[in-house]
Design a protein around this ligand. Structure first.
Ligand SMILES: [Mn+2]
Length: 245
């Protein structure tokens, strides 16, 4: 098996098409196929903030649910959108408002369609993906070594939000512990969630959320080749959104 793990897309459909092209996938009008049977893996946060969240949902649903030629694990934005689609009273901020606005502009029949697609996509997804054949674990915000193999509430919070302490910094952002620094395993842990200017490799972990929606790049990590391939973002650069370690 060969895979291409794709960082946080956040509604950037044009960059996603460009990335698939850069990775030599072929589009047949419905789904992307790789001539060498490579499988894309979406590591969550496919919607919110960016310009075309609904188009990304349609494509990811086609690939993951219909054709089963891609994998998907959810991110925190996916979890919130899922709860919105279930009819829960969730706060429409931090980017969810852009997806909801796109959704509300659709005809009722299309809305039902998208709602059904996203609920199905989310409910069939594992919390994180373990592919022993490639010695890799893919989790949206990463995973601590001691949690690998578990699927309880603690793990769910960790893979969706990272190693949060429950405290916030002076600008209101959650304080996150740097779990990657303490990771000593032999499997790759591939994750996103925290926008970085360059893919961040620490021990055998790699953060490939290079902040496409904040104007930097959309990045993929190929396994078993251990190769990084990125395409430039077409969004406005928001320098203050990036974390430096
Ligand atoms: Mn996230």
């Amino acid at each position: 098996m060969k895979i291409d793990i794709i960082g946080d897309v956040h509604g950037c459909i044009d960059e996603l098409h460009n990335l698939f092209n850069a990775l030599d996938y072929e589009y047949n009008g419905d789904t992307y196929i790789h001539p060498d049977q490579r499988m894309p893996v979406f590591l969550g946060d496919i919607t919110d903030r960016g310009p075309n969240s609904i188009a990304v949902i349609r494509l990811v649903y086609q690939m993951v649910v219909n054709h089963k030629n891609a994998f998907y694990v959810p991110g925190n934005h996916c979890n919130k959108l899922y709860r919105y689609f279930l009819g829960n009273n969730v706060q429409q901020k931090h980017g969810l408002e852009t997806t909801v606005a796109e959704y509300e502009a659709l005809p009722t029949r299309e809305q039902k369609f998208i709602q059904h697609q996203f609920i199905t996509l989310y409910e069939q997804a594992p919390l994180y993906l373990q592919l022993p054949e490639l010695n890799v674990i893919i989790a949206h915000a990463g995973i601590k070594e001691s949690l690998i193999g578990r699927t309880d509430k603690t793990v769910k919070t960790f893979v969706l939000y990272g190693d949060i302490s429950g405290a916030f910094d002076s600008s209101g952002r959650p304080i996150r512990r740097d779990w990657a620094k303490h990771y000593q395993g032999n499997n790759w842990i591939v994750y996103g969630h925290t926008p970085v200017k360059e893919p961040r490799i620490v021990n055998k972990t790699i953060n490939i959320d290079t902040g496409c929606v904040f104007g930097n790049q959309l990045t993929s990590f190929r396994l078993p080749e251990e190769k990084i391939i990125s395409v430039p973002s077409q969004q406005l650069l928001l320098e203050e959104k990036f974390t430096y370690f």
